[in-house]
Design a protein around this ligand. Sequence first.
Ligand SMILES: *Cc1c(COP(=O)(O)O)cnc(C)c1O
Length: 826
Amino acid sequence: MTSMPTVKHKPHISSISDRAANEAQLREAIQAKLHYVLGKNRDRASHHDWYCATALAVRDHVIDIWMKTDERIAKQEKKRVYYLSIEFLIGRLLFDTLTNLRLVDAARGALRGLGVELDDLRRCEPDAALGNGGLGRLAACFMDSMSALSIPAFGYGIRYENGLFEQRIVDGWQQELPEDWLARGNPWEFPRANAEYSIGFGGSVEYVGGDDATARAIWYPAETVLALPYDTPIAGWRGRHVNALRLWSARAAHPVQLAAFNQGDYVGAVAARARAEAISRVLYPNDSTPEGQELRLRQEYFFTSASLQDLTQRHVAAFGSLETLPDQAAVQLNDTHPAIAVAELMRILVDEHDFSWEKAWTITKGTLNYTNHTLLPEALETWTVELLGRLLPRHLQIIYLINWLHLQETGKRGLTDPTLLASVSLIQESGEKRVRMAHLAFLGSASVNGVSALHTDLLRKTVFHDLAETTPTRLVNKTNGITFRRWLYEANQPLTQLLVERLGERFLDDPRCLEEIRGIADEPGFVEHYRRARLTNKARLATVMQQATGVRVDPHALFDVHIKRIHEYKRQLLNALETIALYQEIRSHPDRDAVPRVKIFAGKAAASYDRAKLIIKLINDIAHVVNNDPLVKDRLKVVFVPNYSASLAEVIVPAADLSEQISTAGMEASGTGNMKLALNGAITIGTLDGANIEISEYVGIDNVMIFGMTAPEVAEKVRAHFPGQQAIDASPRLKAALASLESGMFSADDPARYHPIVRALEDYDRYMVAADFDAYWDTQRAVDHLWQTPADWWRMSILNTAGTAWFSSDRTIREYARDIWHVPTT
Ligand SMILES: *Cc1c(COP(=O)(O)O)cnc(C)c1O
């Protein structure tokens, strides 16, 4: 066991005088920004004005480091990393930046001198919600870690004018409202008018010169859209390095058709503009219509092409030719949304830079890498040949040629089984012909990775089994991570302060020393402080929840937290049914003591995902009945906190006692919410899925509550089209819970509302909700028992914090840097 840490952190004298100097300088800078940039008088300044002035003052520090970073990278000709992601779920940046520059206290002091509270300004910053969930948040954590580790990197994405919708709960139902994060300006971004690119769509391809083999293809697009870059500087830990997140905004090449305008056709005069600018209008257009699908493909090609044009131009400017691109650039494709990069880079190399096909293929395969995020067949992207050919005719030709050569190569290896060839082909031939984007990304990459050990293992056994056998592409694992700066230091100040007191400031630089608190997980003084930090966070969350929903909860109750996108595979329904069963248990034994529990849910459902929206309504219906039943008292409360976001997660995560990670085994690629919650000491109740498995290895299997079927068991039952009726018949508790849904006990105004949910379970229990119900119930009761033994509970909780250092995204990024990108880190 590691020795007990005894040294308490003592601030250096110099850091105190630094702080005073920083504080005075910041105060002056904030006042100057308010005055000269915002044109506001101190007495009339709103909180929002103060927020902007503070952001601008802090931004000056970031810019200084940014310029120095750029100079250094250019001089040293370092290899760069380009992270392409259609989503970046950044959240707010003020506290991130202050934390990384070690200026939180200085800013707080500076503002106090002006009669303003820093913490009141936090809420003024809108979340940059340019993502749906885990995938986009991963990209944001990676940006933070790449800067922390001084990796020269660009993030490339789309500057959506409207990010993820705002969720309101009206009468228990989700309603979507447009989100408007740019309405009051964005102090963090810099438009770069000098680096815009033309993005073509549609049109035709002609060949000139040479014979069939040597003719040059010229693509004449029917439509051209401009991509304008906006850069957001991302300051790394301790301000050592700054990278840019470059987000593309779509503009029409011609903003107005003057002739039409002068004829009085004001709408027609700007129609082309509206069509072009729709590309960066909203995150994830509803793709249940052909128009929506086409817009989505336009978004994907738009940002991929702009990013590749940008990075190839940068390379040519520095090194003369794209020949050496793989030595100087590593491109990471975050899922298949930028997979068209394979064809686009080939097009740039062959059509625009005159490389031979073979040479271009070597360069492409040496530069691109791809991260897979899902095994669910319905989530693997494909585009119909019709749509792809219409929107990107040259790219479809390139894809067909890649495929032809790939199938030839496969044949030459003696692999001629038609089933195998059909499975490795880029074209899915059954039904309407479609291009498989995951296959394209796989073929065009040097490395392909999954995002947890289980996920990568399943990739090897299923979707990429045949491709891995027939190609030289490497298939490796890179388990996801989270940035501790945001998810511990910023989100959980009471715990961070305690850890700094015990471990010293070095813990902030290297969380691996968290291991040392294993030795004090039983020390009463430490346990008491740890417990009190949690209680502080829970009291804060209770206030937030009361303001949002009107429901009052006791911060001393067990906070049971299920926060993530609403999706059937994430099984909020399983939790809801257990809640009903628990409610029935309390009602049938009204005099029995029960562990007071608050079931906390938060998450958004995709606007077109009716079943997920019905599950939200169900949770709210249950909450309504349970919270208003005088018999229940404080033994059970149910809260659905509206509008889940990164900022809301920062409030809920540090207040969680129990972390619900109950996806159907084999369906959650990794999860990162599980890591945030474990780091903050919540005990996981979960399945052996995604990174839950690795969490249980690192924190110890005795310190997590695992239940339910394993991935192979699920696969077996899915193959057999498992009818849930069998499991329902075997479980009186589940049967009673479902009967109450049938009877309209939770939907008196519409007794049939939940019949479809019950029918679906009985018929085909695809997500194993019925099959796993009893195991889940039993494990929840084991959680109750553990809560009643506080010494055990808190030891387990502390051991979760102690054991999760490995899940830092710094560790993940070090692995990408070493094994995939081949770039050094600090
Ligand atoms: C971390 C995070 C997610 C991902 O959560 P999972 O539990 O891994 O699905 C989604 N949304 C937000 C806002 C997050 O912060």
